[in-house]
Design a protein around this ligand. Structure first.
Ligand code: AR6
Length: 267
């Protein structure tokens, strides 16, 4: 079976790297895949020659067909007793594999993705899985805004080759102190509120939220979970036609934090 990016000389991957690097790539498909990811991560899309785009399309469409995804609609709800948690699911996994109406991306103020190759942030995962069309879309949005993106807004783009239809890009607060301030808490709540409002305005049936600010930006996970849940509760309790909300925990520890925070809120 062919790998997700195609095998061998003459493959779309080989041709694409030859164009981008200006010579026949050495090594094999595994190295070429890493080089392609690094090349795209570190550059703006204006550097991609026009004849490279059809090859990118071929590679990403094959990849999207081959990588399994989880249907958000199939996820169990936390409760079924008329509470706000009837519209809430908790799922552990990679948010880029979720077939949802929208997913939330924890972005930076540049809003065009992370430029550090293989950095383990959700921004990198989302842009890599969506393909360079997402950076291109964010670049044109930011070219019009002519300013860094402030915290607690939501910018909607297509999902491109993600299983999700839309992506809600938001910039969370950076927590420098050992404990978040009131401003940090308000800013984090504002991120969830902005994303949930954008999901409602986009008429999506489901929205999956990653744990905004709890990685590189340093927000303590339990405190962040309580803020996220309070914002989601306010949203679900306040709008009758609210979409299904999925809290995405990336690790088993993150899932345990959410379960305990939910237990505390429902007690
Ligand atoms: N799926 C779901 N959750 C994930 C995934 C994934 N694929 N990958 C990471 N997480 P972070 P931040 C979780 O650092 O703190 C970027 O470089 C992760 O375990 O991605 O808001 C941006 O460009 C953590 O709990 O976002 C910004 O510069 C959570 O996602 C900066 O990081 C958020 O971690 C934003 O920092």
């Amino acid at each position: 079976m062919q790998s997700v990016y195609g095998e061998g000389a003459g493959s779309a991957l080989f041709q694409l790297l030859s164009i981008l690097e200006g010579g026949e790539p050495r090594g094999g498909p595994a190295i070429w895949r890493r080089r392609l990811t690094a090349w795209l991560t570190t550059r703006g899309t204006a550097e991609i020659p026009s004849h490279a785009w059809p090859l990118l399309d071929e590679i990403w469409s094959r990849r999207a067909r081959e990588i399994p995804s989880q249907r958000a609609a199939d996820l169990p709800r936390l409760t079924s007793n008329g509470r706000w948690t009837d519209s809430l699911s908790l799922w552990r996994g990679d948010i880029t594999r979720l077939q949802a109406g929208a997913i939330v991306n924890a972005a930076n103020s540049g809003l065009t993705g992370c430029y550090v190759p293989f950095h383990a942030c959700v921004d990198n995962a989302v842009h890599t899985a969506a393909g360079p069309w997402m950076r291109q879309s964010c670049e044109s949005i930011m070219a019009e805004r002519v300013r860094p993106e402030p915290v607690a807004t939501a910018t909607v783009t297509d999902g491109f080759y993600l299983p999700a239809k839309r992506v809600l890009h938001t910039v969370g607060p950076i927590v420098h102190a050992s404990a978040p301030s009131h401003e940090d808490r308000d800013a984090l709540a504002g991120c969830y509120q902005a994303c949930l409002a954008a999901a409602l305005a986009s008429s999506v049936d489901s929205v999956a939220c990653c744990a905004i600010s709890t990685g590189v930006f340093g927000y303590p996970k339990r405190a962040a979970a309580l803020v996220a849940l309070a914002a989601i509760q306010g949203f679900l309790a306040g709008s009758g036609d609210a979409p299904h909300v999925i809290l995405v925990a990336f690790t088993a520890d993150d899932e345990a934090v959410y379960r305990s925070a939910i237990g505390e809120m429902l007690a």
